[in-house]
Write a protein that binds this ligand. Structure first.
Ligand SMILES: NC(=O)c1ccc[n+]([C@@H]2O[C@H](COP(=O)([O-])OP(=O)(O)OC[C@H]3O[C@@H](n4cnc5c(N)ncnc54)[C@H](O)[C@@H]3O)[C@@H](O)[C@H]2O)c1
Length: 319
């Protein structure tokens, strides 16, 4: 049994990983300022500290075996209009956290990085060795934190793993996605299915893909969570392992809408709009490194399963 600090454990991904850690018999303390998270999402059995990562020194001590760091601002559009918020919260905040870890002697870190660090890829599937060229401040701040972690591993022997998520989706029991504003495709299609928005906009039907719509790599939140527990085992002192987390296959916007129709049995009004600038045709992970270095195998790669679990959560939690 180990004891972990989970920053952002009142958010979507952090709450699911915290639940998995507890189920595996570990002790969990959640540090979250509830800026975008929900107190009721903190799993039963976790200690909850309402506070900021900038003040992590007040929470961390040598009794912790490691930190899983999810807390961040993560709205791409907002990061473009308010970049300082992102540099302050994601980069300066992570710097305070890493510094507090070193001072407390906590020497293991798993960090939520993102496919947004790659920007528009030169080739797909995207490998971890691909050029990093983020197209927004969100991706830039996550890349900066990856660099911070690498230098901390080299200088001070931190054992670190960055997991670069592609499109996280689905739900795990009572834990699911509640972003405000919502920007992820599956919950937005649900809103159209429920009549909470007049239609789902499809941005571009003239991409060089089989049905003309963009293709993205969707990973079930439970598979993503499992990778975090494996990352804790794989982390080695003085090394910073970086792994993409995706299924290595993609689904088009049209395929997602068809899946939602099948799962919900509802009609989905669709409106085709023009392409959005900076939207690459295909973003799919090369997922070999996570499989080899972590021994990770996704259990739920089927789109209908991902959508069905997310739908069940949405029906249980809709206002
Ligand atoms: N959801 C995705 O598809 C996705 C994809 C790639 C990467 N990520 C990354 O995964 C992580 C979790 O994403 P999510 O979707 O669960 O987001 P979320 O907004 O649901 O969760 C983030 C949590 O962090 C908390 N938080 C933010 N700033 C904080 C601070 N300074 N101190 C303490 N708590 C703070 C929020 O209150 C929230 O509970 C983020 O780092 C995000 O960048 C998510």
């Amino acid at each position: 049994m180990s004891k972990y600090l989970v920053t952002g454990g009142a958010g979507y991904v952090g709450s699911v990983v915290a639940a998995h850690l507890l189920e595996a018999g570990h002790r969990v303390t959640v540090l979250d300022d509830l800026s975008t998270g929900f107190a009721e999402a903190v799993p039963d059995g976790a200690e909850f500290v309402r506070g900021r990562i900038q003040d992590a020194a007040e929470v961390l001590d040598a009794s912790f075996d490691g930190v899983l760091h999810f807390a961040a601002s993560s709205q791409v559009g907002e990061s473009v209009v308010d970049p300082e918020k992102y540099w302050r919260n994601n980069v300066a905040g992570s710097l305070e956290l890493v510094s507090a870890m070193r001072k407390a002697g906590v020497r293991k870190l798993v960090f939520s990085s993102t496919a947004a660090v790659y920007g528009e890829p030169d080739e797909v599937p995207i490998k971890e060795t691909a050029r990093t060229s983020p197209t927004n401040a969100y991706g830039a701040t996550k890349l900066a934190v990856d660099h911070l972690i690498t230098s901390e591993a080299i200088a001070h022997g931190l054992a670190a793993v960055s997991l670069r998520y592609f499109n996280v989706a689905g739900a795990y029991g009572r834990y699911g996605e509640r972003h405000e504003p919502e920007s992820h495709l599956i919950p937005l299609v649900f809103q159209a299915a429920l009549g909470q928005r007049p239609h789902i906009a499809v941005f571009g039907e003239d991409y060089p893909t089989p049905d003309g719509t963009c293709i993205r790599d969707y990973i079930h939140i439970a598979d993503l969570a499992a990778a975090h527990l494996l990352a804790l085992d794989a982390a080695e002192s003085g090394e910073h392992l970086i792994c993409n987390l995706g299924n290595g296959t993609g689904f088009s916007v049209r395929e997602v809408i068809e899946s939602v129709k099948r799962v919900t049995g509802r009609e989905i009004p669709v409106q085709v709009a023009g392409r959005r600038p900076g939207d690459p045709a295909v973003l799919v992970a090369a997922a070999d490194r996570a499989r080899e270095a972590l021994g990770w195998t996704p259990k739920h790669p089927e789109l209908d399963r991902i959508v069905a679990d997310a739908w069940e959560f949405t029906l249980a939690h809709r206002a």
